[in-house]
Write a protein that binds this ligand. Structure first.
Ligand code: PMP
Length: 439
């Protein structure tokens, strides 16, 4: 994780209105932290900083969708009637826009239903039931199927594999992607490993961005023929600064490495337009796409192409998507800045925590002293502030260090966010001082 701050000591801080100077040890401040926390609890707050959802003002950026495609508008550029069944690959115009943004050729990019998680679940379910190109047998007939889970990572990824009976193996996530030495070491001794979860751009929850070097290593791994990389590019266009990650053409890298079928690319417009009423995308090699389409044809006679048409009319082009995302940035950039400001002011003076300053995505990862995350979150909850449960960044919801906390700043109003962060810092300082006293 790109850690920007480790607290320093000896600075002036404000504990919910009480000015203090952070000298001495955390233990020295315990009584003061306790009374700040008691005061907080008495206030009876009710704030929720748990899930990474867009706020209402972000959703409103796409409200033109509610009137699109408009009266009498139901054909695509080729004149196809989109009100009817068919078109299983999705609208070509929409696939063209996202082809450019995701570095996937249009024929290899499907625009499907409203959720990329559904597509991840489908890919893995089809793999379990039928195997993938290169499988000797369906994955489900193997005694054990295992997946590598870079940590900290996304709880819903881990949950999909867990729900399908897949064994989850954590590997560390570095600033430039999964720890390749750990990945290689795991694969070398465990033939049951069939894949790895990846969020290559502004990873959930650290905000880390994979390097091309790590991407090349992943597609070149000496792994089983049916090993698959679940390349979830959910935050490809979700920038918070002017910096842009170097685009990684992962499918070409895989083909160059002699493993053309190794990667499934996923994305959606859930955090571009409407979360839950957007469009999900699946990109892969021609063979993998043919495989997916074959099995998906038993499930559906085609996606909601009218929803896809209204997305084309709203977003228009890759440049249109980028312009739209700038409007999101204007709304959520200040919320991410508020996280930095509050942590810097409240935690840094006491040397508590280290946290990332992501250049995009939806989350900030805060790392606290080992053994403190659960207690801090429980204290916050008892004071009416809900934080994503400790452990949710790890397989089986188990962070062995009990140290990683995911902060999701986008959904609350600015006022609720800052109140929630202040309250959370009060709870965390108490938890850290309790922990320091026990040592
Ligand atoms: N992938 C990642 C990494 C996410 O963070 C999220 C949303 N939190 C999703 C997928 C969900 O995508 P969708 O709405 O397309 O199912």
């Amino acid at each position: 994780m790109a850690t920007v701050c480790c607290g320093r000591s000896g600075q002036t801080s404000t504990i919910e209105g009480v000015s203090t100077t952070a000298t001495g040890t955390l233990t020295d401040h315990r009584a003061e932290f306790q009374s700040a926390y008691d005061e907080l609890k008495a206030r009876g707050l009710k704030l929720d900083l748990t899930r990474g959802k867009p706020a209402a003002d972000q959703l409103a950026l796409s409200d033109a969708l509610l009137a699109l495609p408009g009266d009498g508008e139901y054909t695509d550029a080729a004149g196809t009637d989109l009100r009817n069944y068919g078109g299983p690959n999705g609208l070509p115009e929409l696939r063209a826009i996202f082809s450019e943004l995701l570095q996937v050729p249009v024929p290899q990019l499907l625009a499907l239903g409203n959720s990329s998680l559904t597509l991840m679940h489908d890919v893995l379910t089809f793999a379990m039931l039928h195997g993938v190109p290169g499988s000797e047998r369906p994955w489900g007939r193997e005694e054990t199927v295992s997946f590598l889970c870079p940590v900290p990572g996304y709880d819903r990824h881990f949950a999909i594999t867990e729900a399908l009976g897949v064994r989850l193996i954590p590997v560390p996530l570095n600033e430039d992607g999964p720890d390749i030495a750990a990945v290689k070491a795991a694969i070398a001794v465990d033939a049951t490993i069939k894949g790895i979860w990846c969020v290559p751009v502004y990873s959930n929850p650290t905000g880390d961005v994979y390097s091309e070097e790590v991407a090349r290593e992943l597609v070149s791994l000496d792994a089983a023929d049916d090993f698959r990389i679940m390349w979830d590019n959910a935050y490809a266009v979700h920038h918070l600064t002017d910096w842009r990650p170097e685009p990684i053409d992962i499918l070409s890298l895989a083909a160059e490495a002699g493993n053309p079928d190794r990667v499934f690319v996923f994305a959606s417009t859930s955090k571009v337009t409407y979360a839950g009423a957007g469009v999900g995308f699946l990109g892969s090699s021609p063979d993998n796409i043919a495989w997916f389409s074959h099995w998906a044809a038993f499930q559906s006679i085609g996606p909601d192409k009218l929803n896809q048409l209204r997305h084309v009319r709203l977003l228009k082009s890759a440049e249109g998507v980028a312009a739209h995302m700038e409007k999101h940035r204007a709304l959520i950039g200040p919320k991410f800045a508020a996280v930095q400001e509050v942590f810097e002011r409240r935690l840094a003076p006491f040397g508590v925590g280290s946290w990332g300053d992501p250049k995009g995505g939806y989350f900030v990862t805060l790392t606290v002293s080992p053994g403190v995350a659960k207690r801090a979150i429980a204290l916050a909850a008892a004071a009416g502030v809900a934080i994503t449960p400790a452990g949710s960044t790890h397989p089986y919801l188990d962070d062995p260090d009990d140290a990683v906390i995911r902060i999701a700043p986008t959904f609350p109003t600015m006022e609720d966010l800052t109140a929630g962060l202040e309250a959370f810092c009060t709870a965390l300082l108490l938890a850290e001082s309790e922990h320091a006293s026990e040592r």
